[in-house]
Design a protein around this ligand. Structure first.
Ligand code: SF4
Length: 356
C-alpha cells in the first residue's frame, strides 16, 4: 500500500520546518479521531493502480484522479500512472482504469468501442448506487439525486440513468432546490444520494423531498457510505473536548470538506489542511486541545506529518479517541485478478524454461 503508515519522529523535523514557531503549540493536547483516513474503497482503488502497473507494465492510464489526494497521485505518477480527464487522451489498446468515483455508461461504452483494456476501480458502494439508478430508469421513474454539481461521482451516477423509458434526472443540493423541483409525475419519483455527503444536511433534504413527494422511492439502505458516516461520527466525538479541529485532506475531497463542516456546525474552530505546511500558527496557543481527523482519501503519512509538526511546535500528549473499528474490505476487480494470475503463470513458465 503506498504511503501507508510512514511515521516521522520528532527528531527528524528539519529546524527550517519549524519556521520560528517552535513554541506555538506548547503543551497542546492532540486528540486523534477514530476512524480517520483511508476507507476500504480508496485502499482498493490505489491497489488497483499498483497491481495494474505490475500486470501491464507502465504506463497505465487513469481516467480522473483515482482518489482526491495529490500526494498519492504524485507517488503513482512516479511509478508510471498517467492521469487524464478525457478518454480520448488514452492511446488505442492501452490499459485504462476508471477511478473510485465511477463513470457514466457512455464512458464505459466508448472505452470498449476503442478497444481499451478497462479496469474498473469504481468503489462497490458507488456501484451499488449505480444499480439503484438503473432500476429506477427501467421503471420509468424520475430520479432525484442529492449531491454536488460537477463532482465526478455525481456525473458518473447520473450518467447511468437511461432516459429511454421516459424518466429524467434532477440534481438537488439544497432545500431551495427541492422546493423548485418540477417532475413529470409526483407519484413516480425516486431518490439516491452521493456517498460522501453530510449525514445531517442530507437528512433535512430527504425530509423535504418526502414532504413534497410522499410516494418517493428511497434506497433500502442509506447511500451515504459507512466510511463517510463513521468519520463524521469520529468528529462528533471530538467536539466536547477539542478547541480546534484540523481535517487533513484535499480541497477537492467531498468527504474531507464535510468533516470540516460537521466540526464547524458543532461550534468548533475547524480548518481543512492539505498537509502540515498549511497549519497556521495563529490558530494555536499554549495548552490548546486540538482534534485531528482526515478524509477517506488521506494517507496516514500526511496525518503523521501534521502530528509531528505540532509536536515540533511544542504539543505534548497524543490520544486516540474511542470510535468505530472498521473491518470493511472490498475484493479487487475480477479482470485485474485474472491478468495478475496470468502474469504470474507466464513468469513461472518462463523461469521453468530457462536453460540450465
Ligand atoms: S468514501 Fe465511501 S463510497 Fe467513497 S470510496 Fe470510500 S467507501 Fe467508497
Amino acid at each position: 500500500m503506498v504511503l501507508k503508515g510512514a511515521c516521522l519522529t520528532s527528531n527528524s523535523i528539519p529546524p527550517s520546518h519549524l519556521g520560528g514557531h517552535a513554541g506555538a503549540a506548547a503543551g497542546a493536547v492532540l486528540l486523534l479521531a477514530k476512524p480517520r483516513g483511508f476507507c476500504a474503497g480508496v485502499v482498493r482503488a490505489v491497489q488497483v493502480v499498483e497491481l495494474a502497473l505490475e500486470a501491464h507494465g507502465e504506463p497505465v492510464y487513469v481516467l480522473h484522479e483515482i482518489i482526491h489526494n495529490q500526494r498519492v497521485l504524485a507517488d503513482l505518477r512516479e511509478r508510471g500512472a498517467i492521469f487524464v480527464e478525457q478518454l480520448d487522451e488514452v492511446p488505442a489498446q492501452a490499459c485504462v482504469i476508471f477511478s473510485a468515483h465511477g463513470v457514466a455508461r457512455s464512458v464505459e461504452r466508448a472505452a470498449r468501442q476503442r478497444g481499451l483494456q478497462v479496469i474498473d476501480a469504481t468503489c462497490p458502494l458507488v456501484a451499488k448506487v449505480h444499480l439503484e439508478v438503473m432500476r429506477h430508469a427501467r421503471a420509468g421513474r424520475d430520479l432525484v439525486m442529492v449531491g454536488h454539481a460537477g463532482h465526478p461521482e455525481v456525473v458518473g451516477t447520473l450518467g447511468r440513468f437511461d432516459t429511454s423509458r421516459g424518466g429524467s434526472t434532477h440534481l438537488v443540493e439544497t432545500l431551495a432546490d427541492v422546493h423548485a423541483l418540477k417532475v413529470r409525475d409526483p407519484l413516480s419519483v425516486a431518490v439516491v444520494t452521493q456517498t460522501t455527503l453530510s449525514v445531517e444536511d442530507t437528512r433535512r433534504v430527504l425530509a423535504a423531498l418526502r414532504a413534497r413527494f410522499p410516494a418517493i422511492v428511497e434506497p433500502r439502505r442509506d447511500d451515504i457510505c459507512y466510511a463517510t458516516q463513521s468519520r463524521q461520527n469520529g468528529v462528533r466525538n471530538l467536539l466536547p473536548r477539542a478547541e480546534l479541529i484540523l481535517v487533513v485532506g484535499a480541497r477537492n475531497s467531498s468527504n474531507a470538506n464535510r468533516l470540516r463542516e460537521v466540526a464547524q456546525s458543532g461550534g468548533c474552530d475547524a480548518h481543512l489542511v492539505q498537509d502540515a505546511d498549511e497549519i497556521e500558527p495563529r490558530w494555536l496557543r499554549a495548552g490548546i486541545v486540538i482534534g485531528i481527523t482526515a478524509g477517506a482519501s488521506t494517507p496516514d503519512v500526511l496525518i503523521d506529518e501534521v502530528i509531528e509538526r505540532l509536536k515540533g511546535w511544542g504539543a505534548g500528549a497524543v490520544t486516540e479517541m474511542e470510535g468505530e473499528d472498521e473491518t470493511v474490505s472490498f475484493r479487487l476487480p475480477v479482470s485485474l485478478l485474472r491478468s495478475t494470475a496470468l502474469r504470474e503463470t507466464r513468469k513461472t513458465t518462463d523461469e521453468e524454461h530457462q536453460p540450465l
